[in-house]
Ligand binder design. Structure first.
Ligand code: ATP
Length: 271
């Protein structure tokens, strides 16, 4: 394993308005980590403590990472994404210092959203080769987490996992990832919102998004985006062949839905 990894930092241009559905989740994120940063006086006035991070969990493709990026976009913060499997490899490479450097870099870029993906990789109930090495790393990680004074340093901590049951309970203590939020497959209204978002810039004949939402039960946000991408590719191919650009129609999308099935059922079956 290498002894360093490239820090993946960006200032996302997307905001909450670019995330379809999830109104309750957005409210929770705002209350728990955005407003404490932007309106600290209000929290003081209500005697409410701030701090702690949010753990998002749920099936793949339902928008955990996207929502975390949008959180950074909401407050013009840097978004730093860390895959914890990479950190584990790093640790095995004997470079635990890098974990500290990572938090230091988040401080240097503040305000920043520090996003830990695959956080279950640090789980105590994981039974793989990495497990024996991970105890020290977990402790160091928790120390660093406790050291983030997020109200005056401007670091928001979010984490995501597909398998929360692997996560060490030490992560869930107050001040750490003390809020657990399920990010599930979008309901019909959210599916309609997501379809509308991704159809914004596609020439179309007026799409019946309500009808499509009805036919896409259990599709994730990523699945819905893929349906539109596929349909658009079909239109492009048609345009290249005929030399004529034809707008996208509802039936084009229904055609794709027939063959492209939802992906999240597998997650529920294994969960
Ligand atoms: P994983 O567990 O695989 O990391 P995830 O839950 O983090 O999955 P994302 O990577 O955030 O999923 O979602 C994949 C893509 O699907 C996003 O980049 C985005 O384009 C789209 N997407 C998912 N959900 C939504 C949504 N609610 N609104 C808009 N786009 C969405």
């Amino acid at each position: 394993p290498s002894d360093s990894f490239a820090l993946d930092a960006e200032r996302p241009a997307i905001r909450f308005a670019d995330v379809g559905g999830m109104d309750a989740v957005k409210d929770e994120i705002a209350l728990k980590i955005i407003f404490p940063l932007t309106k600290p006086d209000l929290y003081k006035a209500y005697g409410k403590k701030t701090g702690g991070g949010i753990l998002l969990y749920g099936p793949p493709g339902c928008g955990k990472t996207y929502l975390a990026r949008a959180t950074a976009g909401e407050i013009n913060a840097a978004f730093i994404s860390v895959g914890l499997n990479d950190v584990l490899d790093l640790y095995l490479g004997n470079s635990e210092r890098k974990l500290h450097d990572l938090f230091q870099q988040a401080r240097a870029l503040a305000p920043s959203v520090l996003f830990f993906d695959e956080v279950d990789a640090l789980g105590a109930s994981r039974n793989d080769l990495r497990h024996s090495a991970s105890r020290t790393l977990v402790n160091q990680f928790l120390d660093e987490l406790d050291g983030v004074r997020y109200d005056n340093e401007g670091i928001l901590v979010l984490a995501a996992t597909n398998s929360p049951w692997f996560l060490d309970s030490a992560f869930r203590r107050p001040g750490r990832f003390d809020r657990l939020i399920f990010v599930g497959p979008p309901d019909a209204a959210a599916r309609e919102a997501i379809l509308t978002l991704y159809l914004r810039n596609v020439p179309n004949t007026g799409i019946d998004t309500a009808a499509l939402a009805k036919r896409t039960e259990a599709y994730s946000g990523a699945d819905l985006k893929a349906v539109i991408d596929r349909a658009v590719e079909g239109k492009l191919l048609q345009a290249f062949k005929s030399g004529q650009a034809v707008p996208l129609s509802t039936s084009d999308l229904l055609e794709v839905i027939k063959t492209q099935k939802p992906s999240v059922r597998e997650w529920f079956a294994s969960a």
